[in-house]
Design a protein around this ligand. Structure first.
Ligand SMILES: Nc1ncnc2c1ncn2[C@@H]1O[C@H](COP(=O)(O)OP(=O)(O)OP(=O)(O)O)[C@@H](O)[C@H]1O
Ligand SMILES: [Mg+2]
Length: 400
């Protein structure tokens, strides 16, 4: 890699195949039986996973971006590299013989929840040696996505993840991490994620997982209870603000400096460490540390009338947040860009085509885009909504 990048995105990458299905979900599953031939339409094919989604999102937002993922020499691996090369994004990808590229078959019958058939392939063997630390040293932010979907990264208490983040901090870059929700009964789900985060978060500046996966990792009893309360409904609508406060505090206590818990249609909950704990951001510190210290905010999601698909909303929101962060914007603005790019994402069926340019995103935010209600803070004591910014300030917000 020669050109200097603002952001390097490393970790999970795959090839997505999404056949167009006809009729209702019920029709589809009636026909989807052994011995049947099911007539399907044209496929949507694309690169997927955070390396691709967050990477392409950042590029669309005008950020100099580099990618580090691992693919095989098979057809899907070549297709991924071709797509990335077309966009000028194929910089430090590892290509390995004798392993198959990770891919996903998305079964998306109209009107029914989708089923992903996912093969982990090369993501399972990605490790520290697949990260080019010379390139990381020359970048400003290093972002890693989806440890729970990468065997070598999560096994043995995610020791390889800790190793990667320790080295990244040693070379002086600012670090950022996103998670994924593992199936609780799978090997990834049975890892001790609390211990893994206790060891890794001292080397993570920006911790950007979802609220649900953070409850899963740092407060399993509450996660299990809220899931049971939700039944078939969205677990986000059963959460109490105290649930998120508890796990965000834990992530800060473990060493993360900034914790953003993505919460879908509700938006994002943010907590930051006190000023004394904010040293050591490395190559890309916040422009005004005072603005970033000791904060507690809830940024409501922008309202989207017709949600096409939530695929990639988390990756896109991170692209928006980081694109604002590397430009030195305030904490409040980084959250707004995160929510705006996440909202643009859900307007489109796929993971990246909804994302607009930096200028269009800025214009949409400035136009006064309506926000979704956030019942869990509206009914909580000590929260105050800023009438101008429409951001909620928590009882522990240093600036409230
Ligand atoms: N239905 C929605 N309407 C408006 N904005 C949304 C919606 N869903 C997501 N967003 C925006 O995108 C952000 C990130 O999405 P989300 O919280 O779903 O990420 P995530 O949990 O990491 O999801 P995933 O990993 O499944 O993509 C949210 O904080 C919100 O601002
Ligand atoms: Mg996510």
């Amino acid at each position: 890699m020669t050109a200097v990048c603002d952001v390097i995105v490393a970790g999970h990458i795959c090839f997505d195949v999404i056949p167009r299905l006809f009729g209702s979900g019920e029709d589809f599953f009636r026909a989807f039986k052994p011995g049947k031939l099911v007539d399907i339409g044209e496929p949507a094919v694309s690169t997927g996973g955070p390396v691709s989604n967050t990477g392409i999102g950042l590029l669309k937002l005008g950020v100099r971006t580099g990618l580090m993922g691992k693919v095989g020499t098979d057809f899907f691996g070549k297709a991924i590299l071709d797509r990335l090369r077309e966009m000028g994004l194929e910089r430090s990808m590892t290509v390995v013989e004798g392993e198959h590229t990770s891919y996903t078959l998305a079964i998306t019958p109209p009107g029914t929840d989708r089923i992903f058939l996912h093969s982990r392939g090369t993501n399972n063997t990605f490790g520290c040696e697949d990260v080019n630390f010379d390139a990381v040293a020359a970048a400003r932010v290093f972002h890693f996505g989806y440890p729970p979907l990468m065997k070598r990264i999560y096994e043995h208490g995610a020791a390889e993840l800790t190793r990667i983040f320790r080295r990244a901090k040693e070379v002086g870059v600012t670090t950022s991490l996103d998670m994924a929700l593992p199936d609780p009964s799978s090997p990834a789900g049975r890892e001790d994620w609390d211990a893994a985060l206790r060891r890794t978060l001292p080397f993570v500046d920006l911790y950007l997982p979802s609220g649900e996966e953070t409850l899963f990792m740092l407060d399993r009893p509450t996660f299990t209870r809220r899931r049971a309360e939700a039944g078939h409904a969205d677990v986000l609508d059963t959460l109490h603000i105290e649930d998120l406060q508890t796990v965000a505090d834990r992530a800060l206590a473990y060493g993360a400096k900034v914790v953003v818990l993505k919460c879908g249609h509700l938006g994002m909950y943010l907590r930051t460490a006190p000023r004394a704990a904010l040293a050591g951001f490395g190559a890309c510190p916040p422009a005004d540390l005072g603005n970033w210290a000791g904060r507690e905010l809830w940024e409501p999601a922008f309202h989207v009338e017709d949600v096409a698909s939530a695929t990639g909303s988390g990756d896109s929101a991170i692209a928006g947040f980081l694109a604002a962060y590397v430009r030195g914007l305030s904490l409040e603005e980084c959250l707004k860009y995160g929510c705006a790019v996440g909202a643009f994402n859900v307007m489109a069926f796929d993971a990246v085509s909804g994302i607009r340019s930096w200028e269009e995103t800025t214009a949409a935010i400035r136009r006064g885009w309506p926000k979704n209600p956030v019942p869990l803070v509206e009914r909580a004591a000590g929260w105050r909504r800023d009438a101008t910014t429409v951001t909620w300030h928590g009882p522990r917000d240093g600036r409230a």
